[in-house]
Ligand binder design. Structure first.
Ligand code: PLP
Length: 381
């Protein structure tokens, strides 16, 4: 493992030297055909081993302090492949109740077809995970900070609990990014990202990443070769380019979000702000322990008499957007979008209501973002 700092890793780790022309950046190798070397060693895009795919895998693995990694064509391809690499018919897995909508949908729609059992926790405390462990439990899955309420799970405690029981732990580290949180240092086995978000960062890439030990990644790779959800070399090149600025981008996301969360919390028109960097957040103390920064994601709830749809329409610079973690500030209503697939009853249990807005804080001038929020609140009050 490398000893370079994160800024240097973002820029240099895994890069391909251009030996032909001496160019400053990794060349793109688009070939889908390479010479036959030996069984298991042949380069082929579906084998996760083209030069550009390997750059991304090495970069993210280094940033996550992991031994190895794989790149995928989407976050869901990464998550689905990793889950099915460690779960088979008759096994049981535990998921937090606060979880990305797509993952929730994958579990409830696909698992029954594979004969895999699952439970969602009632809360995100380690004891909530422990309470769901059964004889056939194989995997504990974490997502912290979670989407959309930024709930925080004590990673180290759950990882220790799982280790003692011989269970595999997996975490969706998308919201934190490897700059703000490195779960492998806390005992997690498998770390996954929707690289569509902070790793990509410019709202123009769909990609996913899985990292872990050599052994674990080999297992995911064998499953992935069968499912074929690989990242194209062109996208791998774009993702490498994006990750070069991850450290500076995330630093700015963190700074802007902290300022805006504190600002919104003081406003009378805002009922509640969910941001792990706020002392008022239930997970603040744990977040302080396990995160290197609090991230650029937050949610806030408008007062009952204010219409969230009208608020969203009144914004000028902040864009309504399904996705998140781009350099531009974006906002959405979870009940109409990311969590529309979740049943009304399950939404209620997790505290997602019609007044809640998920806010992805961009890296614009913080005064401009503040100004846009202000004028929108005024215009609907
Ligand atoms: C977006 C997202 C995913 C899914 O990633 P895709 O790249 O859209 O497939 C998974 N987890 C979280 C937390 C996300 O935000």
């Amino acid at each position: 493992m490398t000893t370079k700092g994160k800024n240097s890793l973002c820029i240099h780790e895994g890069e391909i030297k251009d030996t032909q022309f001496g160019g400053a950046v990794s060349p793109i190798f688009m070939a889908s055909s390479y010479p036959f070397l030996d069984v298991d060693q042949n380069r082929y895009p579906r084998n996760f081993n083209t030069p550009n795919q390997e750059v991304v895998a090495k970069k993210v693995a280094a940033l996550e302090n992991a031994e190895a990694g794989l790149s995928f064509g989407s976050g869901m391809a990464a998550i689905a492949t990793a889950l099915l690499a460690f779960l088979k018919a008759g096994d049981h897995a535990i998921f937090p109740n606060a979880i990305y909508g797509g993952t929730y949908n994958f579990v409830v729609k696909e698992f029954p077809q594979y004969g895999i059992e699952y439970d969602f926790t009632d809360g995100v405390a380690p004891s909530d995970f422990e309470a769901k462990i059964k004889k056939n439990t194989k995997v504990i899955y974490l997502e912290t900070p979670s989407n959309p309420l930024l709930t925080i799970t004590d990673i180290k405690s759950v990882a220790t609990l799982a280790k003692n029981k011989g269970l595999i732990t997996m975490i969706d580290n998308t919201f934190a990014s490897p700059f703000n949180q490195t779960p492998i240092d806390l005992g997690i086995d498998i770390v996954m990202h929707s690289a569509t978000k902070y790793l990509g960062g410019h709202s123009d890439i769909l990609a996913g990443v899985v990292v872990g030990t050599m052994d674990h990644i080999q297992k995911v790779k064998l499953k992935g070769i069968n499912f074929g959800g690989n990242l194209s070399d062109f996208m791998a090149y774009l993702l490498e380019r994006s990750i070069k600025t991850l450290a500076v981008r995330v630093k700015r996301h963190n700074e802007n979000a902290q300022i805006l969360a504190a600002y919104l919390e003081k406003k009378s028109e805002i009922k509640k702000v969910y941001y792990p960097g706020l002392k008022s957040h239930t997970g603040h103390e744990i977040a302080k322990e396990q995160m290197h920064g609090f991230g650029g994601m937050m949610s806030f709830e408008l007062d009952d008499n204010l219409d969230a749809v009208a608020f969203q329409k009144a914004l000028n610079m902040i864009k309504p957007s399904l996705s998140l973690a781009g350099v531009e500030s974006t906002i959405l209503l979870p009940t109409l979008t990311s969590h529309s697939l979740m049943s009304q009853e399950d939404r209620k249990k997790t505290g997602i209501n019609d007044h809640l807005l998920r806010f992805s804080v961009g890296i614009e001038d913080v005064e401009d973002i503040k100004g846009d929020l202000d004028q929108a609140i005024k215009s609907i009050s």
